[in-house]
Design a protein around this ligand. Sequence first.
Ligand code: NAD
Ligand code: UDP
Length: 337
Amino acid sequence: MNILITGGAGYIGSHTCVELLEAGHDIVIVDNFSNSNFKVLDNIKTITSKEFKFYEGDVKDKALLEKIFKENKIDAVIHFAAYKAVGESVTKPLMYYRNNLDTTITLLEVMNEFNCHNFVFSSSATVYGSPKSLPIKEDFPLSTTNPYGTTKLMNEQILSDVATADPDFSVIILRYFNPIGAHRSGLLGEDPNGIPNNLMPYIVRVATKELPSLNIFGNDYDTKDGTGVRDYIHVVDLAKGHLKAIEKAATSKGVKYYNLGTGTGYSVLELVKTFEKVNNIKVPYKIAPRRAGDIASCYADPTKAYQELGFKTELTIEDMCRDSYNYIITKEKHLND
Ligand code: NAD
Ligand code: UDP
């Protein structure tokens, strides 16, 4: 298939491009580098030894999308392009609604024009809000606590309405749990600007001594050791989930929802200890107050994705810790080569 990847230079998008190319698909990437850089595209080529088309620009730009669809016969779209920082979405809600909704609406309009009906969407476990029980199944009630999460839920609604209105449409909504890790080559990974908000990027910065110590947000939760529990999924496993989703989109109609997680929760302390052991390095930490809006535990029931997509994660929490660190310690090299 020839697949348009929006946000293909980003963290999850770039890993997905590698998996799609390695599986023999053709891809076209569109990205405006608002949270990525050009070097990522070279690194995708280095890993796969394959060529692909790239358009620099904004997915909200309808004329650009029409040009892409005119110049390429697109069979399916995977839509990663979005802003994703929860805290920033609280202070700049309009920026989040504009980017995360307009990109999808513009894409859907242009897909309609060009008779392309297969859509895979990057949603998030954040749409489950504070779940009443665990593990989380796809039919759990949905709610959100911040504008970023609301953009994901609104996108899900828009896509569901479009699939209802047009029986030719096939929409696969993937609700990611906590993606961490990096490509084994050290050429692709995650390295946020400024002080990281998420746990793994923060741990890595402490390990490299760019930050003095990790603040663990609360050790009095009702969890195995009192610290928050999440379902961490290796980004390469997550990327492979998109291959399965694309196959499903091509052979079904309507809207379908899948959790992409491992089904196992790890606590903050477990992640820190595993990171220290695998990388043979100390990660100093302090116990800090709970972070506003955090829930105690969140992990997926991955059964539906296994039964209907044949998706099963393979990489371990040790792989995630090793690869996250490896990417950062080799970063200077691959960004400057
Ligand atoms: P990322 O920021 O690394 O990648 C997003 C890419 O989209 C970037 O390359 C950015 O430059 C590009 N982009 C953003 N707005 C654009 C626009 N208007 N036009 C063109 N390009 C644009 O993020 P990621 O971690 O790879 O996340 C990918 C998707 O998965 C996002 O939709 C995100 O909300 C979702 N998601 C991420 C996580 C996570 O923890 N990383 C969890 C759940 C869901
Ligand atoms: N966390 C932490 N210190 C940090 C960042 C995160 O203790 O500096 C905890 C957080 O409270 C949560 C877990 O690590 O229990 C995962 O947080 P992250 O922000 O990575 O993901 P999310 O909360 O969005 O699932």
